[in-house]
Design a protein around this ligand. Structure first.
Ligand SMILES: [Cu+2]
Length: 501
């Protein structure tokens, strides 16, 4: 066997190096030999009465274990399959560890003996198991924890290595179980614990594959094709678009040190984790033992983690993103951390939140959007509801160029307010949105010769609502665009130069 051969070879090399070390010359392999590998994390049998592990839902982290001797720690984790929102007005059937995505955060100390109980709820449709990357042993617990619906299984492991580890379901088809949200983090503290900080948060990225488009309303089933092609519909922190924005933003005070335990469940994407406006003072990259300092963006592999730490100096809102940036603004990989405290003009001159970055995500009024969807389903959608939903979307999609009040920017972006171009033929509006436009163009007597990019990523509903909002705002002629009309506009050819046929 190739593996056996490699192992023999490795042993022979190790023996040769050990002999060389005895010869008196100190080499870098000395230290490696000194550690005893993962055996150094075995501090003997557990002491005292068993401890029940505190499990927390994201973004919360259990308190430090505060122990100085190895303990027997009992972890009880439930697998729950449940429908939850994945975005405003969009639901998805998640498979969860502990009822949340990511699953419950587990915290133990190096050397602890962990008695792991996995219960699969009776109403589950699937069997599940767990592979913890912090386990030394074949499958990381997977084979020992295979659990049918309504059953309970138990296995025990000694946490030999300190670090921040991903756990996930490893039941076939593995990719599907992971894509449905079956992952989380287990922190194995080093014996002395981690340095004390003011706030700790749990943030985990994952990619999701739905049959419908990004933000297409209603219940969305899993799409295996998209998952195999690695074309996610959503890339999210903590399992839901907006899980940590607006009122749900993470919080801190200036002068405090924040530690983020960041995981990446995948199943497919690698994360370029970044906090806009902060620099990580320390990053325990890959969730290991050493830290790097002064980091802007840290790479987190699928099935991997990092611990990022920074002191908050300037008050304001900081935006957590995957810096593969389309994922942040078009697939949902965006969260917020709000720091309260006195201004520090000596460090930063001002302006609270960069609207350019966050658009409609700063003040998510996406409730209007889902209200419109509900009414549409009931066949009772009013122009007013459409316009309200459209307003929320306009803020995130059109306002950066045409400005929040539709005035545009002279010579660059034509006005939508009282636009004679719109009034001349309102049916062109959904076509412009979906196919874009390139000049030359005359609007309200002024010339424009620029390019508007197509926004075909919007759903038919969204195009209809934005169009209706524009038609009923700022002195425009009124009226409405229906979802069907938007669908026709999508099939229609782009408008020619200057908006003609
Ligand atoms: Cu599973």
């Amino acid at each position: 066997m190739r593996h056996a051969y490699m192992r023999t070879l490795a042993l022979a090399v190790a023996a040769a190096l050990a002999l060389a070390a005895c010869g008196g010359t100190r080499t870098s392999t000395d230290t490696a030999a000194d550690t005893g590998g993962s055996a150094k994390g075995d501090f003997g049998p557990p002491q005292g009465a068993p401890v029940k592990a505190v499990l927390t839902a994201p973004p919360n982290v259990p308190p430090p274990t505060g122990r100085s001797a190895p303990a027997k720690v009992v972890v009880e984790l439930d697998v729950i399959e449940k429908e939850m929102p994945i975005s405003e007005g969009v639901t998805y059937t998640f498979w969860t560890f502990g009822g949340t995505v990511p699953g419950s955060f587990i915290r133990v100390r190096q050397g602890d003996t962990v008695e792991f109980h996995l219960r699969n709820m009776p109403d589950s449709k699937m069997p599940h198991n767990i592979d913890l990357h912090g386990v030394t042993g074949p499958g990381g617990g997977a084979a020992s924890s295979f659990t049918a619906p309504g059953h309970h299984s138990r296995f025990t492991f000694k946490a030999l290595n300190a670090g921040l580890y991903v756990y996930h379901c490893a039941t076939a088809p593995v990719g599907m179980h992971v894509a449905n949200g079956m992952y989380g983090l287990i922190l194995v503290e080093p014996p002395e614990g981690l340095p004390k900080v003011d706030r700790e948060y749990y943030v985990m990225q994952g990619d999701f594959y739905t049959r419908g488009k990004y933000r297409e309303k209603g219940h969305q089933p899993f799409d295996m094709e998209k998952a195999i092609d690695e074309h996610p519909t959503y890339v999210l922190f903590n399992g839901m678009e907006g899980a940590m924005t607006g009122d749900r933003a993470l919080t801190a005070k200036t002068g405090e040190t924040v530690r983020l335990y960041v995981g990446n469940g995948g199943p497919n994407l690698v994360s370029s984790f970044h906090v806009i406006g902060e620099i990580f003072d320390k990053v325990w990259f890959e969730g290991g033992t050493k830290y790097q300092e002064n980091v802007q963006t840290t790479l987190i592999p699928a099935g991997g983690s990092a611990i990022a730490e920074f002191r908050m100096e300037v008050p304001g809102t900081y935006v957590l993103v995957d810096h593969s940036i389309f994922r942040a603004f078009n697939k949902g990989a965006l969260a917020m951390l709000r720091a309260d405290g006195a201004e520090r003009r000596d460090i930063y001159s001002g302006k609270e939140l960069d609207e350019v970055y966050v658009g409609d995500r700063a003040n998510p009024n996406l409730a209007a959007v889902s209200e419109a969807t509900t009414s549409a389903k009931a066949g009772a959608l009013t122009i007013d509801q459409q316009a309200k939903a459209g307003q929320a979307l306009f803020a995130g999609t059109c306002s950066t160029c045409h400005q929040p009040n539709g005035q545009g920017m002279e010579g660059v972006f034509p006005p939508l307010a009282k636009s004679d171009w719109i009034a001349a033929d309102p049916t062109r509006l959904p076509r412009v949105i979906l196919h874009g436009l390139n000049g030359p163009l005359k609007v309200n007597g002024k010339d424009y010769a620029s390019v508007m990019p197509p926004m075909s990523q919007l759903t038919d509903d969204e195009v209809a609502n934005i169009s209706t909002y524009v038609l009923n705002s700022w002195g425009n002629p009124g009226g409405r665009v229906t979802t069907e009309q938007a669908a026709q506009a999508r099939k229609a050819a782009p408008l020619g130069t200057a908006g003609g046929e």
